[in-house]
Ligand binder design. Structure first.
Ligand code: DOR
Ligand code: ZN
Length: 424
């Protein structure tokens, strides 16, 4: 089985490649990259005028399966990923039941393998049932295929518990992913604290609710020497905490979401529940700090926090609406926007959604090295398209970009050389 991806502009940041090359795939593996490969008996995929990148890696998604299949399931979530050019996702454990057992981990991996469109790497919970009381059996879960541990959606309230989690995970060399939030400081807030919240009459969430826990967890990473990954950093202070910790040599990595580098809390006006998420959209100053963190390498990955919810959970009063937005199908154009706005180089942007998240989770994806699995995304960087929430592959419709024109379009997604998405 041979496939030749012909004449594309190949961008593989892990190998410092940005040039016009052909890629020969044999039996799902990248066999050769060179300027002019003879097609022979290979099936030819014409990539002229397109970018050819490693399949995108999104290290923070909620597939909602098992338990909340009315929002999304492994079939629709992985289809949405393929349509977004994403060939690998790490899925968060806040399902029902929580992914704190081998049974759930195996269910996710099995269903993804049999019915999914792309690679799914489960994240196990830090504590059983995400209750913050008893550590999960991380060793067993890692053996079963979990690539990290998180109670995402909730913070680990107890500092001692977080310390033990880092120590324990450290022995298996897997990251602890912190959803950094001090709920006592959130104190019932529903959007960013500031003038917009005041005008709308909504209770605000202060920056310190995020930064206090980020600071604690960084110090615990320093104490234990274990790998801490901070999810969805959204404030200037969080970026600075990570920056300083990296300078001190702490094993900390972090991610930012497209919504936190594209939108401010102004988007909440009109009580727009598709601008409600956790952490909340912040002020311009914070958005600029997240962008600066992406540009200078403080932030290691862009991840969507794809959080599907049913319309009935969003078409309600702002204060009681669920947190989160879908993101898999808009990840690429929103990331490319940072290139258009000269925040990132193209190579930096692609690294943030391929090799860098893959490295954090230690998964062998995100590059086009010879011998690697041929997960490949073909992109038309200039094609403009209008987001139509009703037509997305995700089961849910909760995107703030409905009706917006975005630039940069996934034309084809290959998983181990096999086409899993194609756009005409
Ligand atoms: O907006 C969010 N949605 N933030 C989280 O931390 C959890 C997520 C969800 O599960 O819906
Ligand atoms: Zn979270």
């Amino acid at each position: 089985m041979k496939i030749l991806v012909k004449s594309g502009r190949v961008i593989d940041p892990a190998n410092n490649i940005d040039e016009k090359l052909d890629i020969l795939i044999v039996d799902g593996i990248i066999a050769e990259l060179s300027p002019n490969i003879d097609a022979g008996d290979a099936e030819v995929v014409n990539a002229a005028g397109l970018l050819v990148t490693p399949g995108l890696v999104d290290m923070h998604v909620h597939l909602r399966d098992p338990g909340f299949e009315y929002k999304e399931d492994i079939v629709t979530g992985t289809r949405a990923a393929a349509a977004g050019g994403v060939t690998s996702v790490a899925c968060m454990p806040n399902t029902d039941p929580v992914n704190d057992s081998l049974a759930v981990t195996k269910y996710i991996i099995g269903k993804a393998r049999e019915q999914g469109s792309i690679n799914v790497f489960p994240i196990g919970s830090i504590t059983k049932g995400m209750k913050g009381e008893i550590l999960s059996e991380m060793g067993e879960l890692k053996e079963g295929g979990c690539v990290g541990f998180s109670d995402d959606g909730l913070p680990v309230k107890n500092g001692e518990m977080m310390r033990r989690a880092l120590e324990y995970a450290g022995t298996f060399d897997v990251p602890i992913i912190s959803h950094a939030e001090d709920l006592s400081l959130v104190a019932g807030g529903v959007m960013n604290e500031g003038p917009v919240a005041t005008e709308l009459g909504l209770k605000g969430i202060p920056w310190v609710a995020e930064e206090a826990t980020t600071a604690r967890d960084i110090m615990l990473a320093e104490l234990t020497g274990s790998h801490l990954h901070v999810a969805h950093v959204s404030t200037k202070g969080s970026v600075e905490l990570v920056r300083l910790a990296k300078k001190r040599g702490v094993r900390v990595t972090c991610e930012a979401t497209p919504h936190h580098f594209m939108l401010t809390d102004e988007a909440v006006r009109g009580y727009n529940t598709n601008a409600k998420m956790n952490p909340p959209l912040r002020s311009r100053e914070n958005v600029d700090a997240v962008r600066a963190g992406l540009a200078d390498g403080t932030i290691d990955a862009i991840a969507t926090d794809h959080a599907p919810h049913h319309p009935d959970e969003k078409n309600v009063e702002f204060a009681i609406a669920m947190n989160g937005i879908i993101g898999l199908e808009t990840l690429l154009p929103l990331t490319l926007k940072l290139v258009g706005e000269k925040v990132l180089t193209l190579s930096q942007a692609i690294a943030l959604i391929t090799c860098q998240p893959a490295k954090i989770l230690d998964i062998d994806r995100g590059t086009l090295s010879v011998g690697a699995v041929a997960d490949i995304t073909l992109i038309n960087p200039n094609k403009e398209w209008i987001v139509d929430a009703a037509k997305l592959q995700s089961k849910s419709r909760n995107t703030p970009w409905d009706g917006e024109q975005l630039k940069g379009c996934v034309m084809k997604t290959l998983l181990a050389g096999k086409e899993v998405y194609s756009r005409s």
